[in-house]
Design a protein around this ligand. Structure first.
Ligand code: ADP
Ligand code: TYD
Length: 230
C-alpha cells in the first residue's frame, strides 16, 4: 500500500480555512475517500501547551519580539505529536489527511516576522529541515492558499472569540494588525516560491461566495489523482 495524500488549506486568520476545510472534508467523505480532518494548533491537546502560552502572551505580547525560530518549535512539536498519535499509520496505509494549517503556517506567520528576504530564506530552509527531515512530518502534496486581503480578513475576525479561551480577547497574532499584514505579504511571496495553489477569494471588489471557492478547490482535487473515486 502506498502513502496517502496530505492536503493543506492555508491562509491568514479569517480567510476561510475552517469553512473550506469542513466543506472539502464533507465532499471527500461523500466520495468515499478515507480521510481525516485535522486542524492546527490542536488547542485541546497537551502538546499545544507552549503554543497557548505563546499566543496568550505569556512570553510577551509583541509577536515580533519573540524569535520565529523559537516560536516555530512550539507549533512543530504539536504537529509531531499529532503525526505520531493521530495519523501516521492511517496515512502510511493510503489514507488522506486534510489539514487546516500546517508547517505552511509557520512559514507565513513566523517567516513573516523576518523582513530581510535573505534571512527569511535561511529561516524557511531551517524550518523545512526541522519539520520534514528531523521530525519526519510528511510534506503536503498540495497546499491551497486562500488569498484574501488582510483588510477584509480583519473585518471577519473582529467580532470572533479566540480559540484558546473562547473569549472575545484576541491572541497576540490576531490583535496585531502589523503581524497579519506581514503574514499576508509573506504568504503571497512564499505561495509562488513553493508552488502552492492560490485561490483568489475576491472577484474585483466582491468577496467570492463560500460555494464558488469550494467549487474551485474541488476542481483541483479531482485532478490530484491517486484515488480512483476523486
Ligand atoms: N467566502 C466567504 N464569504 C464571506 N464570509 C466568509 C466566507 N468564508 C468564510 N466566511 C466567514 O468568515 C469568518 C472566518 O472564516 P473561517 O472559516 O473561520 O476562517 P479561518 O479558519 O481562516 O480563520 C467566518 O465568520 C465565516 O463564516
Ligand atoms: C499551526 C500554526 C499556527 N500559527 C499561528 C497562526 C495564527 O495566527 C495562530 C493561531 O492559529 P488559529 O487559531 O488557527 O488561527 P485562525 O483560526 O484565527 O486562523 O497561530 C503559526 O504561527 N504556526 C503554526 O504552525
Amino acid at each position: 500500500m502506498s502513502k496517502g495524500k496530505l492536503i493543506v488549506i492555508e491562509g491568514v486568520d479569517g480567510s476561510g480555512k475552517e469553512t473550506q476545510s469542513r466543506l472539502l472534508h464533507q465532499y471527500l467523505l461523500r466520495e468515499k475517500t478515507p480521510v481525516l480532518h485535522l486542524s492546527y494548533p490542536r488547542y485541546e491537546k497537551e502538546s499545544s501547551a507552549l503554543v497557548k502560552m505563546y499566543l496568550r502572551g505569556d512570553f510577551g505580547s509583541d509577536p515580533d519580539a519573540i524569535s520565529p525560530y523559537v516560536s516555530s518549535t512550539f507549533f512543530a512539536a504539536d504537529r509531531y505529536a499529532s503525526y505520531k498519535t493521530e495519523y501516521e499509520a492511517f496515512y502510511m496505509d493510503g489514507g488522506w489527511v486534510l489539514a487546516d494549517r500546517f508547517t505552511t503556517s509557520n512559514m507565513i506567520h513566523q517567516g513573516g516576522k523576518i523582513a530581510d528576504l535573505k534571512e527569511r530564506k535561511e529561516f524557511l530552509d531551517w524550518l523545512v529541515d526541522y519539520e520534514y527531515r528531523l521530525y519526519e512530518i510528511p510534506r503536503p502534496d498540495v497546499v491551497f492558499f486562500l488569498d484574501l486581503p488582510p483588510e477584509i480578513s480583519l473585518e471577519r475576525i473582529r467580532e470572533r472569540s479566540n480559540k484558546i479561551t473562547k473569549e472575545k480577547e484576541k491572541d497576540i497574532h490576531e490583535s496585531n494588525r502589523q503581524h497579519l499584514f506581514h503574514a499576508y505579504e509573506a504568504a503571497c511571496r512564499i505561495a509562488g516560491e513553493q508552488g502552492w495553489h492560490r485561490i483568489d477569494c475576491m472577484d474585483g471588489n466582491r468577496q467570492r461566495s463560500v460555494e464558488e471557492i469550494h467549487g474551485e478547490i474541488v476542481h483541483h482535487i479531482k485532478k490530484l489523482g491517486g484515488q480512483d473515486r476523486v
